[in-house]
Design a protein around this ligand. Sequence first.
Ligand SMILES: *[C@@H]1O[C@H](CO)[C@@H](O)[C@H](O)[C@H]1NC(C)=O
Ligand SMILES: *[C@@H]1O[C@H](CO)[C@@H](O)[C@H](O)[C@H]1NC(C)=O
Ligand SMILES: *[C@@H]1O[C@H](CO)[C@@H](O)[C@H](O)[C@H]1NC(C)=O
Length: 393
Amino acid sequence: MELFVSLPFHGFVVTTAVLLLCFVPINVSAVASRRPPQLQLSQKLRFDQNGEFKILQVADMHFADGKTTPCLDVLPSQVHGCSDLNTSSFIQRMIQAEKPNLIVFTGDNIFGFDAKDSTKSLNAAFAPAIAAKIPWAAVLGNHDQEGTLSREGVMKHIVGLKHTVSQFNPSEAHIIDGFGNYNVEVGGAEVSGLANKSVLNIYFLDSGDYSTVPDIPGYGWIKPSQQFWFQSTSAKLQRAHMRPPMAQKSSAPGLVYFHIPLPEFASFDSSNYTGVRQEGISSASINSGFFTTMVEAGDVKAVFTGHDHLNDFCGQLTGIQLCYAGGFGYHAYGKAGWSRRARVVVASLEKTVKGDWGAVKSIKTWKRLDDRYLTAVDGQVLWSKNSADEVDR
Ligand SMILES: *[C@@H]1O[C@H](CO)[C@@H](O)[C@H](O)[C@H]1NC(C)=O
Ligand SMILES: *[C@@H]1O[C@H](CO)[C@@H](O)[C@H](O)[C@H]1NC(C)=O
Ligand SMILES: *[C@@H]1O[C@H](CO)[C@@H](O)[C@H](O)[C@H]1NC(C)=O
């Protein structure tokens, strides 16, 4: 219901954003003419020689001061000797077990209130990814700015760290809300015809912290300026994908990562999600229309958030999978006896008739629990090329 109510409003705000941007002196043609004719991948991420690209999602680390920070909601027998270092060790074990091509930290990376020095906490929180030299991306949650750095300050610090593909904000968007809205392109396998094309697009957005509108209580939301940027970026990537050389018939699949779940995450019950829902959906109290924007764009196959540590399900609505990762960090609230967990997503390429790697064929996911065996649970196919062709849009 909310989805339809938001439509006229959303149409209005996007139109406003278009008008606003028209008056901003963006020299699009000058930027475009400096670009080589072939798509230049903005980052050097690509599918490996096995035709796979694997993403590890780490949600809600709530990192504070390291060894002296206690664990929350663990069994009485687990309290002793438990700290932020257990969060770091879980990342290290996940890296060893899964060997991801990209690690995505979906916000509340640090728990600002309890961090003596936000810079140090950020450095320590991301240290396992940096030490493993694995490309990583981060977005902000609602707790990252509660320490000695503002949201702007936190994102500025993140983009200066090693091996990150995070960006402060898109250079082409002169007006945009939030900090840490950006996208990364994942190129096809190296020795294939799609080596220089982005065959998987990943979008990162800042879902804000708290509402600053007095009449609207609660959490923040993805604003019209951000949706406008997403919309134009998605359209641009889809055009590039379907244009020569190696023109493709359909757009490359898109994945979207941010912190606060959308109101549409409440559309499911246990009959139509995989995983668990053990607490309410803490989205903003209003619907800003981003779900509609994504359905309209057409390339997004799955959305991944954190924020509600006790929810770890995926459910499909109107062709888009809405997924939680489940709480990861030990200084984050959780449920004693219910393991901390992480979500893994792997995209796989199809073989072309010539026998080399082609476009993305399927996207699968599972979670791993921080127990002795890193037990994998809830494996499922999020999207596959054939079934997607049947989806009536
Ligand atoms: C935390 O890490 C310590 C040291 O490795 C370990 O002994 C303890 O079992 C861990 N606690 C939890 C809850 O995993
Ligand atoms: C991709 O770009 C590189 C560098 O410009 C070039 O050497 C290579 O031939 C291109 N590959 C394809 C399949 O277009
Ligand atoms: C999930 O199933 C319930 C009925 O059990 C239904 O009301 C709801 O609309 C379904 N949601 C979706 C997204 O299919």
